[in-house]
Design a protein around this ligand. Sequence first.
Ligand SMILES: *Cc1c(COP(=O)(O)O)cnc(C)c1O
Length: 413
Amino acid sequence: MSPLDPTLFGEIDPPQRLLMGPGPVNAHPRVLRAMSADLLGQFDPEMTGFMNQVMALYRPIFGTQNQWTMLIDGTARAAIEASLVSLVEPGDTVLVVNFGRFGLLLTEILSRLGARVEQVSAPWGEVVPLEVIARAIEMHGPSVVATVHGDTSTTMAQPLEGLGALCKAAGAFAYVDATATLGGMEIAGDRWGVDVVTGGLQKCLGGPSGSAPITISDRAAQRIFSRRHVEQGIRRDDIADGKGPRIPSNYFDLAMIMDYWSDKRLNHHTEATSMLYAARECARVALGEGLEARFARHRKAGAAMTAGLRAMGLTVFGDDAHRMTNVTGVYIPEGVDGEAIRTMMRDHFEIEIGTAFGPLQGRIWRLGAMGYNAMRHKVLLTLGALEACLKTQGFSLPLGEAVPAAIAAWEAA
Ligand SMILES: *Cc1c(COP(=O)(O)O)cnc(C)c1O
């Protein structure tokens, strides 16, 4: 066999796509620059200093004072799995608030962990009323209630005000997957009273996927630490003798990860240095802009996108009262080939819009405007391009209406 000619594949040079789907989105240039900074050893005081800065930077982003606010190395799903594997014992009852694909993901992970999964569900495009969650908690007595905040599969945002109090009264922990909304809609970890909240960088935080911010209440941390295997005061995570309750994952063992992020700096994995730089810069960009201003920008982008789509005569998907601000679903009109439009958007305009999953596959497109892409000109370009593609594919629609409607909605929101 001849050796592979290294010139066969050129230096990486991706096209300049505008990513206006449900995530990932284009990263902020400052984040990309931070990622190219020089590497450090994982116990270098400069590096552990950056880790402490990340803990401080993500507390306001999660709306919390939680000491245990840090990063899980991996995509958002890594933090979801770390939370559930560390909180839930086999046989525990877990109530999942299920209103889309990411609710299904929670049930899937939980059933692998041997939990008894109970669900309160809403049809796709709606959310679950708090009273319904309250009744289900009463009925099932779960040890954990797990929910998604914004489910990009349905574009719905589940209201979470009051969930923590309900869970505490019932002796349950509350887990929230806020991947799609963190940095774009308010996450009020402490005011909601929820115990564990996780996110990702590639949605409203405007970074690449690969690092997952997490915050853990003291109450939940205590529970997680109590599952650690300690013998004669010595932590014995590395000894597989099956004694005592143990978290059945090493990589996702939050007790070990918290020890690594604590002043003890007990070795676990090697913190993903460049991703930590990215996460740090995402948070600096977000806090530099101001969270309120950032939420307002996402609100304006969502309002403009929605108004523009409606001005084209299209029907926006889902319950208006609970819409996420950063991603909008819209029905693919009768007689239009949804995939042909997406291909044309990509080939002619370098714009990516999203398809959909499960019951919505082939029925809606999902248009995102989040993080670095929640900008007026990017929303207007997307709407103008979509109108042109629909017209070119022979769909008759009111022309020239969408962009002015979006401009007006941006101003008004
Ligand atoms: C996008 C998204 C995820 C993605 O997880 P990754 O592992 O980063 O792909 C998880 N949860 C929700 C609600 C999301 O919208």
